[in-house]
Ligand binder design. Structure first.
Ligand code: PMP
Length: 372
């Protein structure tokens, strides 16, 4: 039983920095329309499902052996994908993969953060940056944003100079607000971080494929402390696969070898990810559909009179609500699950299929009527 006013684990001899904290927990509710975790609504195409089965069958024959510890084939294919889609050439030596970009970020914090060091992020942003920092014993600094949720670059540079963090997180497109960060701002923050540290700058581009602007990947050229993190959870429609990766100077890839668990990426995961990469073109076709659905959501919400933050992602932040939690509940009552990220006045909806988005727009149209 939970102690009064606390969590059941509070009685344990917990690390001090975990005391009183809550785990990451987007509700997993069984409702008709789930638009709360920025998943891709399209199931993998049948031809890809078949290819995964084939590749996994092959991998199964060798499951008595440990997987390729360095995942060389997979990193080669990921590098090829990045080169092809961004026009910036990288090879396997620049790329590292792990179980979701969450593990990528954890490995980076284990390598460049840790006890006695801090990491900074500009909030609101992806809440796991702060949670993974805490889990790796890294102090967390919440950096500023402007009223319109863009990064306040001057204030951010000041915070970086003052705190000299080991790691600087820049989420582009940002989650939950949706807007991409321009390259000039990233360079300014990078320069500030080098003057103060030097420290590592991690650009979390989990939603990069959905952006109106090009990837920030070319910025790694000549910037040895810049890391670009990506995932197959969103654009590849493979959140269940758990495959994230980063691109950076090869020295960064070498450095994370110091903390990665041996054989962290199972043969089954590697085989599945390789199969998905064979079907990149089909999957990027779904990304195009989602981008136009995202733009339709932005336009539809604005037409209904909602405030909407510009979105380069597969989700849209909308408001404003006197009480966003009550609005969240009202939308849920109509069978549509969106996300309350705790940003006062705002909610976030992921772009789903056209039918799901229609159901969402109907729900918020009714909500608006109630208040008019
Ligand atoms: N970064 C950002 C900005 C995200 O929103 C997410 C997922 N919600 C992740 C990283 C983690 O994704 P995954 O571990 O599935 O790759």
């Amino acid at each position: 039983p939970a102690p009064a006013n606390g969590n059941p684990w509070d009685e344990l001899p917990l690390r001090d920095e975990l005391r009183g904290q809550s785990p990451y927990g987007a509700p997993q509710l069984d409702v008709p329309v789930r638009l709360n975790t920025n998943e891709n609504p399209y199931p993998l195409p049948e031809a890809l499902v078949e290819r995964i089965a084939e590749r996994v069958r092959e991998a199964a024959r060798d499951l008595n052996r440990y997987p390729d510890r360095d995942a060389v084939q997979l990193r080669t294919e990921l590098a090829r994908y990045l080169t092809r889609t961004t026009g910036h050439e990288v090879g396997a030596a620049h790329v590292w993969a792990a179980n979701g970009s969450n593990e990528v970020l954890q490995q980076l914090l284990q390598t460049f953060g840790g006890p006695g060091r801090t990491a900074i992020g500009f909030e609101p942003s992806y809440s796991m940056h702060a949670l993974i920092a805490r889990g790796t014993g890294t102090g967390w600094i919440s950096g500023p944003r402007n009223e319109d949720f863009t990064i306040d670059v001057a204030a951010a540079r000041k915070s970086i100079a003052e705190h000299r963090p080991g790691v600087v997180f820049i989420t582009s497109p940002n989650n939950p607000t949706g807007t991409a960060v321009d390259a000039a701002a990233v360079v300014e923050l990078y320069d500030a971080a080098q003057a103060a540290g030097p420290s590592m700058v991690v650009v979390d581009e989990a939603y990069g494929e959905f952006s109106h602007s090009p990837s920030l990947l070319p910025l790694i050229e000549g910037r040895r402390h810049l890391v670009l993190s990506r995932t197959m959870s969103k654009a590849f429609g493979a959140a269940g696969l758990r495959l994230g990766y980063f691109a950076a100077d090869p020295a960064v890839v070498d450095a994370v070898q110091l903390v990665r668990l041996p054989y962290h990426l199972s043969s089954v995961t590697q085989a599945t990810a390789l199969a998905a990469l064979e079907h990149t073109d089909t999957l990027l076709g779904y990304v195009d559909r989602l981008k136009s659905e995202r733009d339709r959501l932005v336009a539809g919400l604005r037409e209904l009179g909602y405030d909407v933050t510009d979105s380069d992602a597969n989700f849209v932040q909308f408001g404003r609500f006197a009480d966003s939690h009550t609005a969240w509940r009202r939308i849920l009552d109509r069978g549509v699950l969106v996300r309350d990220n705790g940003v006062p006045g705002w909610l976030r909806v992921s772009a789903g299929t056209p039918q799901e988005n229609d159901a969402f727009l109907d729900a918020v149209r009714e909500l608006k009527k109630e208040h008019d």
